[in-house]
Design a protein around this ligand. Structure first.
Ligand SMILES: C[S@@+](CC[C@H](N)C(=O)[O-])C[C@H]1O[C@@H](n2cnc3c(N)ncnc32)[C@H](O)[C@@H]1O
Length: 323
């Protein structure tokens, strides 16, 4: 049953958006993580805190017939898309706009009866990345924006044009893993004295000129763009707040599943779960993060860097409960 449902349509409910498609990554692994192998036994509410196009949400609702879903995302444009994707599930779904850092307050308002699962599929959706007008892409020229929530004040242009050289270098190194961070930061600061950066294309070109051409695998601007996106959307703080909300809301035995696309982010989730196990609040169910199987790599390139960890909420202080 697990395989059959996804194999029929690997893109599942990812859907189109200005021609772009978002396919939910690690679909089978996420379903297993949330509900074990007994779909009809799971009863309660699953919170998808990074709803995106509703791809995972749709799979969850199809797979677990007694589950309702509360889907939350900070991006109003993406939510319109999710609403359409999830409409066939009627009253089993509620879709709300909000950030992971607002999840706790949002759940207070929505008061779901029994939260049996929480899913975070971190980072940006392909629908955001592939849309040049949103400013995430070094391939499609657009305004240097990168805000997932348009109500945030600070854009990527504000950081690139406003931060000093040392802060830019640290950002590119620590948040993007860019080892040529100093060279790139220096080139940005030199160049912006003549004209500030307003477009993704201008920044990508400068990085390419500074550190050399495109390698077969990775565009030279990839890591800087990732670091900027993480800073604009405060992704580190958002994750910690989301994990804390999951701890507060999950029932005993409820499952948390987190998909990261960044080693630092995965380490943060691991740290949270190790600490949670020591506090007797979580039982980690993955020692190492799970990645895609070979089949998925063939139809969804984005899955190649996906890392899934999942864990069970432990509410009784049972002796020996731990990772
Ligand atoms: C990778 S996509 C999720 C895709 C989704 N699982 C699917 O299958 O369609 C990540 C989504 O999370 C949202 N997001 C990222 N950080 C967020 C945050 N801190 N709070 C709320 N939503 C966030 C983004 O706007 C994006 O739509």
């Amino acid at each position: 049953m697990w395989g059959a449902m996804v194999e029929q349509d690997p893109s599942a409910t990812g859907g189109d958006f200005d021609g772009a498609v978002h396919r939910p990554v690690l679909p089978l692994q996420v379903l297993r993580a949330l509900g074990g192998d007994e779909p009809t036994a799971l009863r309660g509410c699953v919170v998808d805190g990074t709803l995106g196009a509703g791809g995972h949400a749709s799979l969850v609702l199809q797979h677990f017939p007694h589950v309702t879903l509360l889907g939350v995302d900070q991006d109003p444009q993406i939510l319109e898309h999710a609403q359409r994707t999830l409409a066939p599930f009627g009253r089993r779904v509620r879709v709300r706009r909000g950030r992971m850092s607002q999840l706790d307050a949002l759940l207070d308002r929505e008061a779901p009866q029994r939260v049996v699962g929480v899913l975070f599929d971190l980072g940006a959706s392909s629908l955001q990345l592939d849309n040049g007008a949103r400013g995430f892409s070094f391939l499609a020229d657009g305004p240097l924006d990168m805000r997932m929530d348009p109500e945030r004040e600070r854009t990527a242009a504000d950081i690139v044009n406003g931060w000093d050289e040392q802060d830019l270098a640290d950002l590119f190194f620590y948040e993007g893993g860019e080892t040529r961070s100093r060279k790139i930061a220096r080139a940005i600061v030199d160049s912006r004295r003549r004209a500030t950066f307003q477009r993704t294309g201008a920044l990508a070109d400068l990085i390419e000129r500074t550190v050399g051409g495109r390698s077969a695998k990775l565009h030279p601007a990839t890591k800087v763009f990732q670091a900027l996106r993480r800073a604009v959307n405060e992704e580190g703080d958002e994750l910690l707040a989301g994990l804390a909300a999951a701890e507060r809301w999950l029932v005993d035995g409820g499952r948390l599943a987190v998909i990261s696309f960044h080693g630092g982010e995965d380490s943060e989730v691991k740290r949270f779960l190790v600490d949670g196990a020591q506090r007797g609040q979580w039982r980690a169910l993955t020692k190492k993060p799970l990645g895609p199987e070979r089949d998925e790599l063939l139809y969804n390139r984005r899955s190649r860097s996906a890392l899934l960890r999942f864990a069970e909420r432990v509410r009784q202080s049972a002796p020996g409960a731990g990772a």
